[in-house]
Design a protein around this ligand. Structure first.
Ligand code: FPP
Length: 255
C-alpha cells in the first residue's frame, strides 16, 4: 500500500496545514427543499469546489475529504449509482482546472469495488495531477472513496504480518512510524471539520485524527462556503495544542 505523503505547499502561519472534512448533510439539505437526496449531492459537489478555492486562498497545504465510506454501500442502489456517476463526472470536468491551479489529487480507500469507469477516471486524475508535484503543488486533495478507517488499519496490520512472515520485518520493529507508513494516508490532519450537526468520526481516519482539533457545525454541507471555513479556522486559532504537555509548558515554549 502506498502512503500519501505530506503536502509541500507552504503552511499558513498559525493555521492548520492539513484539514480533514466530513461533508455531511446533503440529503437533509435537499429534502428540506423538496428535492431528491441526490440533488443535495450535486450541490455538495459545488461546495467541495468552493472549499478547494477557499483553501488555496488561505494557504492550506492539504485537504482530506470523505466522499464515500465503506458503509455507504448500504444506501439505496440508485443513490449509490448517482454518487458514483457524480464523482466520475466531477473528475472529468474539474481535473484540468485543478491541475492548472496547482492541486494534486490523491485517492484513499479500496479500489476494487468501484465502477470501472470511475477507477479509470481516478487513475487518470492522479497521473495528470502528479505532474503538479514536480512544479510544486499548492494543495494536495485526498479524496476518501470506499474508505473505512478500521479497514485501513486491518490492511496495514495484514501488510506488516506478511512482512514478518517473509522475514523482512521483526515484531520488535513494529512501531508507530512503521504502522503510519503502512496506511493509505500517512499525514495527520490538524483540524477536522464535520458539517451536518453530528458529533462523530464515522470511521474516518481514526489513527490519523488522534491529535486533531475537532470542529462540528450544524451547517449542512451544500451551504458550506468560505465564510464557514473562516469560522472553523478562527475557532482553530483559539485552540491550544498541548500533545500531553501542560498549558504552562506551551506558554514557556512560545515566550
Ligand atoms: C453525506 O451527506 C454525504 C455523502 C455521503 C457524500 C459526499 C459527497 C459529496 C459532497 C459529493 C462529492 C463530490 C465529489 C466530486 C467528491 P448525507 O447524504 O449523509 O446527508 P444526510 O446526513 O443529510 O442524509
Amino acid at each position: 500500500m502506498q502512503a500519501v505523503s505530506a503536502g509541500i505547499a507552504p503552511a499558513l502561519v498559525g493555521g492548520p496545514r492539513h484539514v480533514a472534512v466530513i461533508m455531511d448533510g446533503n440529503g437533509r439539505w435537499a429534502r428540506a427543499r423538496g428535492f431528491p437526496r441526490t440533488y443535495g449531492h450535486q450541490q455538495g459537489r459545488k461546495a467541495l469546489r468552493r472549499l478547494v478555492e477557499a483553501s488555496l486562498q488561505r494557504g492550506i497545504a492539504e485537504l482530506s475529504v470523505y466522499a464515500f465510506s465503506s458503509e455507504n454501500w448500504a444506501r439505496p442502489a440508485a443513490e449509490v449509482a448517482v454518487l458514483m456517476r457524480l464523482l466520475q463526472a466531477a473528475l472529468g470536468e474539474e481535473v484540468d482546472d485543478l491541475a492548472r491551479q496547482g492541486v494534486r489529487l490523491r485517492f484513499i480507500g479500496r479500489r476494487d469495488r468501484l465502477p470501472e469507469g470511475l477507477m479509470r477516471a481516478m487513475r487518470q486524475a492522479e497521473a495528470q495531477t502528479a505532474q503538479v508535484t514536480a512544479l510544486g503543488a499548492r494543495l494536495t486533495l485526498n479524496v476518501a472513496l470506499d474508505y473505512g478507517g478500521r479497514q485501513e488499519l486491518v490492511a496495514a496490520a495484514r501488510h506488516m504480518a506478511e512482512q514478518v512472515a517473509a522475514g523482512a520485518l521483526s515484531p520488535a520493529q513494529i512501531d508507530e512510524d512503521r504502522l503510519t507508513a503502512a496506511l493509505m494516508l500517512a499525514d495527520a490532519p490538524d483540524l477536522l471539520i464535520r458539517t451536518g450537526g453530528e458529533h462523530r468520526l464515522s470511521n474516518f481516519l481514526p489513527w490519523q485524527l488522534v491529535y486533531a482539533e475537532l470542529y462540528f457545525t450544524d451547517c449542512l454541507w451544500p451551504d458550506f462556503d468560505a465564510a464557514e471555513l473562516e469560522a472553523a479556522l478562527h475557532w482553530y486559532s483559539s485552540r491550544e495544542r498541548r500533545y500531553g504537555r501542560t498549558s504552562e509548558q506551551i506558554k514557556q515554549q512560545h515566550a
